[in-house]
Design a protein around this ligand. Structure first.
Ligand SMILES: Nc1ncnc2c1ncn2[C@@H]1O[C@H](COP(=O)(O)OP(=O)(O)OP(=O)(O)O)[C@@H](O)[C@H]1O
Length: 293
């Protein structure tokens, strides 16, 4: 597998804040690479250094083995924030405008198809819904046919249906053998899309691997949930039983033994459900606080 990007000893310091603290990783061609972490973890700073937008205090980024330089801007795709969209221009006119910025571009027809823009091509940018705007911004990031696309929190603020639609677009882009670098604080998004993830907190890498590897490495338990009113207090005293709002959460590596205990104590199993740990649970385990704190 070919390495597209290598980040070595990356550090970014702002006066009294170390936004990125000696971070190292590599990204393989065709992968969706997820930079995950809570607000202020250092994701945007890392991605902006990789895009060549800001300079590192220390360390280097290599693109196909060479240190990044200005020529890279013609070869990569960056999904900008919606403030990059000009008022009073239609979607079609916006595509024309951005096409003029690059030497090599893909056909609009292909972009319209890939990003599903046809139904609002003649609409003013100001009238687009959140999901439509993100689709247009994605098309603009692909206009120069980049082989690596950077998406910084692309689905923040979208409703669940628009998020899912956007995920499908990212899968379509990956199917074209493009590499996607994605920052997100939605762990379900990372689990759906990413081949490889790097979890950051306070500027440092706290975990790195495929979502499956990370979960296998850190958990051999599942969670069992039961409505709290069904469970006698004496059972809730055990260390791996926790009362959260209306539910009792039992962390166990032996589902059968736990169910047998519940049945032996005549606890009703109605409403019981079992959940495997996800990346949110991993983050909580690694840092002691949840992602949305
Ligand atoms: N220009 C700047 N000047 C000073 N401090 C900054 C600057 N940019 C970022 N920081 C600080 O660096 C740290 C990392 O910020 P960064 O935006 O990279 O985090 P993030 O993980 O992308 O967070 P979010 O999800 O909120 O965008 C934060 O403490 C932030 O306040």
């Amino acid at each position: 597998m070919q390495e597209v990007i290598r980040v070595e000893n990356l550090t970014k310091r702002y006066k009294d804040v170390i936004a990125v603290d000696n971070v190292n990783f590599a990204i393989q061609k065709g992968h969706c690479f997820g930079l995950l972490g809570p607000n202020g973890a250092g994701k945007t700073t890392t991605i902006e250094i990789m895009e060549g937008i800001i300079k590192a205090t220390k360390g280097q980024v290599f693109y196909y083995g060479k240190p990044i330089d200005e020529s890279m801007s013609q070869q990569i795709g960056i999904q900008f924030q919606h403030t990059a969209l000009q008022d009073f221009l239609t979607v079609k006119e916006t595509l024309n405008l951005f096409t003029s910025f690059y030497q090599h571009t893909v056909s609009h027809e292909k972009l319209i198809e890939l990003c599903d823009l046809r139904e609002f091509l003649n609409r003013d940018n100001r009238l687009l819904s959140g999901g439509q705007r993100q689709r247009l911004l994605l098309a603009l990031a692909l206009i120069n046919d980049p082989d690596i696309v950077f998406l910084d929190e692309p689905t923040t603020g979208l409703d669940p249906q628009a998020r899912r639609n956007f995920w499908q677009l990212i899968k379509n882009i990956k199917a074209q053998n493009k590499t996607v670098v994605l920052t997100t604080h939605y762990m379900d998004e990372a689990q759906q899309l990413c081949d490889d993830v790097l979890i950051m907190d306070h500027g440092q890498v706290i975990a790195r691997g495929t979502p499956r590897q990370l979960l296998n490495q850190h958990f051999n338990e599942v969670f069992i949930y039961l409505p709290v009113e069904q469970v006698p207090d004496e059972l809730c005293q055990q260390s791996n039983w926790q009362v959260n709002e209306q539910q009792v959460e039992i962390t166990t590596s032996d589902v059968e033994a736990t169910i047998a205990l519940l049945l032996a104590k005549n606890v009703s199993l109605s409403g019981l459900h079992v959940k495997s740990p996800n990346l949110d649970d991993l983050f909580l385990k690694l840092t002691g606080h949840s992602l949305r704190d």
